[in-house]
Design a protein around this ligand. Structure first.
Ligand code: APR
Length: 264
């Protein structure tokens, strides 16, 4: 029986030591990391799924039933996402990426904040809200036209445009999930940040990492559905906790560098 995860509001010495020793790091993020950029999560009080139902908005049938409602809702979310700025949590992951090879950031978020923060080695498991595509010719819209009733349509074939996100009931694109699976399996440390850990296959990644020997850590303002399976749970906002890990690795690497120079 695994020892229960340690719960604390600060990263443990054990985590910092594992980060120092690690070669490969894999990080999974969810909507919680974008809260400090002003974006709502899905399942928290006041979250998107409290106000709206995924059955009416985030699946193919809903889109066919009421494309106006669905296009309108995603356009509003797109505007919010593009107005939001990356926060300290996103920026800390950009810095942490420099200290590991291999490193992979696996995000469930469609808000493009990680990309805008400067993350390089990353996959968007659920697509993103910026890249639209035509539901008929599947082409990304070169230009778009509006139908008489104001629907956004493909300038090439006139088909309805839909957001480039993965809807409920749809399978994830293969390449991102394959890269995420490989990275979880080969990770020395796996961080699960700002996710309720209930949507699969993303929620399966920390378990896979643990089965393959990684030190698995959850960073969240409250325990998630998978806290029991973690080696460590650090309770606090991602924008507070992740910069602590980045600062630690920065000073550790500076020390290493200094030793290398002085020992020449
Ligand atoms: N820092 C860290 N975690 C936070 C913060 C914060 N500042 N604020 C909230 N959280 C945590 C919440 O405690 C919760 O566990 O973020 C989590 C958000 O959970 P969800 O709303 O369920 O979002 P997520 O896990 O990303 O959802 C997964 O579900 O609806 C689908 O496709 C959608 O990608 C999404 C998937």
């Amino acid at each position: 029986m695994n020892s229960p995860a340690t719960h604390s509001t600060v990263p443990s010495e054990r985590l910092l030591a594992r980060l120092e020793k690690a070669t490969s790091l894999c990080v999974l993020t969810g909507a919680g990391i974008s809260v400090e950029s002003g974006l709502a999560t899905f399942r928290d009080p006041g979250g998107l799924w409290e106000e709206y139902s995924p059955a009416d908005l985030a699946n193919e049938a809903a889109f066919r039933r009421d494309p106006q409602l669905v296009q309108g809702w995603y356009q509003a979310r797109l505007k919010q996402a593009l107005t939001a700025e990356p926060n300290e949590g996103h920026l800390a992951l950009v810095e942490l990426e420099k200290f590991y090879e291999p490193f992979l950031l696996v995000t469930q978020n469609v808000d493009t904040l990680h990309k805008r923060a400067g993350s390089i080695n990353m996959v968007e498991l659920h697509g993103n809200i910026v890249d639209e595509r035509c539901t008929d010719c599947s082409k990304p819209p070169v230009d778009q036209v509006f139908s008489e009733d104001g629907l956004r349509c493909c300038g090439f074939c006139g088909g309805l445009l839909r957001p480039g996100v993965v809807w409920f009931g749809e399978s994830l694109p293969m390449d991102p999930i394959e890269r995420a699976t490989d990275a979880a399996i080969s990770s020395d440390v796996f961080l699960s940040v700002g996710t309720s850990s209930i949507v699969y296959p993303a929620a399966g990644l920390p378990l896979l990492a643990k089965q393959n020997g990684a030190y698995v850590v959850e960073i969240n303002v409250e325990p998630s559905a998978l806290s029991y399976a973690m080696d460590e749970v650090v309770l606090g906002p991602a924008g507070d906790i992740l910069p602590v890990l980045a600062a630690h690795m920065r000073s550790f690497n500076n020390r290493e560098e200094l030793e290398r120079i002085t020992n020449r």
